[in-house]
Every structure is written in C-alpha cells, then in structure tokens.
Design a protein around this ligand. Structure first.
Ligand code: COA
Length: 196
C-alpha cells in the first residue's frame, strides 16, 4: 500500500493531502508537534515531527516556514509531489521535497531546487532557475529567464518580470511587481517593487 507521511498538519498540509490522493497514495497520516491537533483533512495525526525517521512511508514536509522546512529536510528524506492538473514542460527539473499545486504552469528549461512550494495557479516561465526552499505563492508569476535565490518567498499574485535575478532570503510582498534585480536581502513591496 502506498503510504505518505505529511509533516505539518496545516492548511498547506491539507492541500498536499489532496495532491497525494490524486497521486495514488492509499494511506495518508500526519505528524505535528501540536498535540491538540488530532486530524487534518480527515486524516489522523499519528505522532510528532521527531517521529519522522521512525515511521514508515514516503515523507513530505508541509511547513510554510522555509528555514524550518530546510532544517527538517536535513533529517528526513522526502519525495516531491506534483498535482496532475499542473502543466509542466518535459524539460523541467524538480528537486526532492518540492510540491507543485494544481493549476500551475511551468515552461521549458526550468530548474526548481529542493523543498520548494509552487503554489496554486502560479506560473514559472522558460529558462528560470529557482534555488532551494523557495515559495512561489498562489497566483504569482515568474517570467522567463529569472533566477531566484534560496529561501526567497514570492507573495500571492506577485509578478517577477523577465530576466530578473533575486537574491536569497527575500520576501516579495503580495501583488508586488519586480522589474529590477534584487541584490540585498529584504522585504520588497509595491508596483514597481521597492525595499520596505
Ligand atoms: C509584505 C508583507 C510580508 C509585509 O508584512 P508586514 O511586515 O507584517 O507588514 P504590515 O502588514 O505591518 O504593513 C506595513 C506597511 O506595508 C504595507 N504593505 C504590507 N504588505 C504590502 C503589500 N503586499 N503591498 C503593498 N503594501 C503592503 C501596509 O499597508 C503597511 O503600510 P502603512 O505603514 O502605510 O500602513 C506582507 O504584507 C505580505 O505581502 N505577505 C505576503 C503574504 C502572501 O502572499 N501569502 C501567500 C500565501 S500562499
């Protein structure tokens, strides 16, 4: 029986559970450190995050915080999950522990690293290079030939114009439009995006 252990009984975890069902997982369980959470999306919470290496099954980390996700991925081997209703070019590389949600479009010659979240309805166009632990939020768009550094979070509905480089550990606010390279860590908001 195909079994998935989802680490993090969160809203994000619920969405991952749906993707898992669509990928043929017959048994799904959650781990979470909050003992008051007994179930998530109808699936049982069977232990804490520290149980991850002991429990059998494929594993995925459903924790939005990139630093926590990264720390956990040092300890746990994870699978990647792709919603069957994502449109993904045959020339895309997707790293371990990355999830791709429904309605995303990822075009040709894109590399996406480990532990990333490509969220519902996001798009990543041709020749982009995304590092590790990046979150491209719901409805965000990354145009062609962009490069995004490790741990950067692109907020909901944000747009990254083509040929843009964004360094590691940045936060791009919801709805921002990035039209210049970002070389310094920070929070960037607005149209065009400026450092907050
Ligand atoms: C950018 C962001 C991180 C800032 O959060 P914050 O530091 O807590 O900022 P605050 O809410 O205290 O707002 C501070 C100021 O910035 C403004 N601001 C915040 N987010 C903004 C945004 N995305 N675009 C434009 N202005 C924004 C606020 O209106 C406020 O302005 P004011 O000082 O004139 O009143 C956050 O607002 C954001 O956009 N998060 C993204 C959430 C998201 O995309 N989630 C997706 C989940 S899939």
């Amino acid at each position: 029986m195909k079994r998935l252990v989802i680490i993090g009984a969160s809203g994000h975890g619920k969405v991952i559970a749906d993707i898992a069902v669509r990928n043929g997982y017959e048994e799904i369980v959650f781990l979470d450190d909050n003992e008051s959470i007994k179930e998530c999306a109808g699936f049982k919470v069977v232990g804490k995050t520290s149980d991850a290496s002991r429990i059998s099954g494929d594993k995925i980390i459903a924790i939005g915080d990139a630093k926590i996700r990264e720390r956990m991925m040092h300890k746990v081997k994870t699978v990647s999950l792709i919603h069957p209703d994502a449109v993904i070019s045959r020339r895309v590389e997707i790293g371990e522990g990355t999830v791709v949600m429904a309605g995303t479009v990822i075009n040709s010659d894109v590399h996406i690293g480990r532990g990333c979240i490509i969220n519902t309805g996001a798009s990543i166009d041709h020749d982009c290079n995304l590092g590790n632990f990046i979150h491209v939020s719901v409805g965000a768009h990354v145009a062609g030939t962009c490069s995004i550094g490790n741990g950067t979070w692109i907020g909901a509905g944000a747009t990254i114009s083509n040929n843009i480089n964004i360094c590691a550990d940045c936060m791009i606010g919801a709805g921002a439009v990035v039209i210049k390279n970002i070389k310094n860590i920070g929070i960037y908001i607005g149209v065009p995006a400026e450092k907050k």
